[in-house]
Design a protein around this ligand. Structure first.
Ligand code: SF4
Length: 549
């Protein structure tokens, strides 16, 4: 019988299925789990009940499984009532009301019915009902295990199996109130998707605006990250050390020749904390991220990006977003200056022409060509954005790299390496494949999708704060740089200042023009990756709509 060949379903997953098919899919198939306050409160309730009932000798939670039903689960507890053993479930909330009648919510009823059926199999005799205790109302609701309840469980198992076999993520719930209480809303982004079909929709923000963790940058050569129980300990070469609880760390970035022990790497891998290496010269070397359950997400990405039409549409939108932002920044930064005399007027003209041409381009390569023209025009006049007081040594000579040959370009390259690390991390966190993009082609060790998405953020996350810092004369042309024939790198003090500038920028908040709410730039990177995924998993249209105002 095919039922026995498939891995069993958790009874809890049927609860998710009855709540929202997409929730079931995200949790059970894509293995995305987010523990929010409600989830923690539910766990606390169960733990408190377990302790109280264990003290009274009444806690009788049992593991149940049936190959015939294809289910496994663990009841909250079993009680003997009217001569029968019946499963009890505990819920924090309130029951459903119909007039004066108190009823179980369909997802709760399905769950307790599944436990009752499993218990029947285990005991070999009928179990007449299950009961649900709703603690917010101190009420117990009885759920008879009648034919309809049994059929509901069998239908749910069949539907769950069909969804598990599919790579298609089910659509968002029609009832938007379900999403308000859903722990996966920050991953699913249902409100943002409703915006595509209802442009006047005012999305309820369910995507956190702030970073909840920090990035640990280890800059000093010879500094070492090790493990001290559930903390990461950074020891400096002279012996001083600092400990950070692992839950406060969102990522570790090892610069140059800083070190990390295997034990600390294991801890990070287990806690799904990415670790990145950036060379002393400011190049992104590699990243490590442990994540499971991504195959469906990657399959959908491969399918979508194998279509040249999809790639062209995305490439055009991405390049237009970048170049329009560049144009607006250039106009804003040179307001009140003589643009004709400085050459900015000509650069603006070239950028406008490029925009017009790329909007009509029929191939990704052509879009890239026009985007490249606009980028060259911008870099040619970049020195015009610097104030007269800025030392000539801080002026860029066009864009040069590998290695950078002037101070400004060494700062640009270093900031882009930090940006690469952030975008790479967001892509892996969302579960996409960084090696498969739609705009850049694989040429170097850099991952194409990371380079693609970086285009959205180069200007707001690094060029703009960097130009601001240069104009505020924040850089020491001697102490912050290591100048050698043919190359300029940042010194340790320069790297520290650049990291600070970048991290501060990540914490700045910005109102997304398409989504309509404010969020930190750090969160914006993840949001755009999620919106990109929606291009092929949900409603397309929101990715790369961000523009500088
Ligand atoms: S946020 Fe809404 S649509 Fe998304 S999984 Fe949760 S309930 Fe379903």
């Amino acid at each position: 019988m095919s039922v026995q060949l498939e891995p069993p379903l958790r009874v809890m997953s049927l609860h998710a299925l009855a709540y929202c098919e997409r929730l079931f899919y995200l949790e059970e198939v894509e293995e995305i789990r987010v523990a929010d306050d409600a989830v923690y409160a539910g766990r606390t309730l169960h733990e408190e009940l377990r302790q109280a009932e264990e003290e009274r000798g009444e806690w009788t939670s049992v593991d149940l499984a049936s190959e015939t039903l294809g289910l496994v689960g663990k009841t909250d507890c079993l009680r003997r009532r009217d001569g029968s053993l019946i499963p009890y479930e505990h819920k924090r909330g309130r029951p459903r009301r119909e007039g004066k009648r108190l009823l179980a919510w369909p997802s709760d009823a399905l769950q307790v019915s599944a436990y009752a059926m499993l218990l029947e199999k285990r005991l070999g005799r009928p179990v007449p009902e299950g009961r649900i205790r709703y603690h917010a109302e101190n009420a117990t609701v009885r759920v008879p295990l009648d034919d309809a309840a049994r059929q509901a469980v069998l239908d749910a198992v069949a539907r769950a199996r069909a969804l598990r076999a599919s790579t298609e993520r089910p659509p968002i719930a029609e009832n938007d109130r379900l999403c308000l209480r859903c722990s996966l809303a920050p991953v699913c982004l249902p409100e943002e998707e409703r915006l595509v079909t209802h442009p006047r929709w005012e999305p309820v923000r369910m995507f956190s605006a702030e970073r909840e963790t920090t990035t640990l940058h280890v800059v000093t050569p010879g500094a070492k990250v090790s493990r001290s129980q559930d903390q990461l300990m950074v020891t400096q070469p002279e012996g001083s050390s600092e400990k950070l609880p692992v839950h406060d760390v969102g990522a570790v970035v090892l610069h140059g020749f800083s070190q990390m022990t295997t034990q600390a790497l294991h801890l990070c891998a287990r806690q799904e904390i990415p670790v990145h290496w950036i060379s002393g010269g400011g190049y992104y070397v590699a990243g490590l991220a442990a994540k499971a359950g991504q195959v469906q997400r990657r399959l959908r990405q491969y399918q979508a990006l194998a279509d040249p039409g999809v790639c062209l549409r995305l490439a055009r939108r991405l390049a237009m977003a970048k170049v329009e932002t560049t144009l607006r920044y250039l106009l804003r930064a040179t307001r009140g200056t003589d643009r004709e005399a400085t050459g900015v007027a000509r650069a603006v003209e070239v950028i406008r022409e490029s925009l017009g041409k790329m909007s009509r381009s029929e191939g990704v390569m052509t879009v890239r060509g026009h985007e490249g023209m606009a980028a060259r025009a911008y870099f040619d006049v970049l020195p015009q954005l610097l104030r007269p007081e800025v030392s000539p040594e801080m002026h860029p000579e066009g864009r040069n790299r590998r290695p950078p040959r002037d101070r400004f370009n060494s700062l640009l390259s270093f900031g882009y390496a930090l940006l690469y690390q952030n975008v790479h991390q967001a892509i892996l966190g969302v579960g996409l494949e960084p090696a498969l993009g739609f705009f850049h082609t694989p040429r170097s060790a850099a991952q194409p999708l990371v380079l693609d998405l970086m285009e959205l953020f180069r200007m707001p996350l690094w060029d703009m704060p960097l130009v601001g810092s240069v104009n505020r004369l924040q850089w020491d042309t001697e102490a912050d740089f290591e100048v050698a024939p043919g190359r300029v790198w940042l010194s340790a003090s320069g790297r520290k200042k650049a990291i600070q500038l970048f991290e501060n920028r990540l914490n700045d908040t910005w109102r997304h023009p398409a989504i309509g709410y404010s969020l930190s730039y750090a969160r914006l990177v993840e949001l755009e990756v999620r919106l990109l995924e929606k291009e092929w998993t949900g409603r397309p249209g929101l990715f790369a709509q961000m523009r500088l105002r």
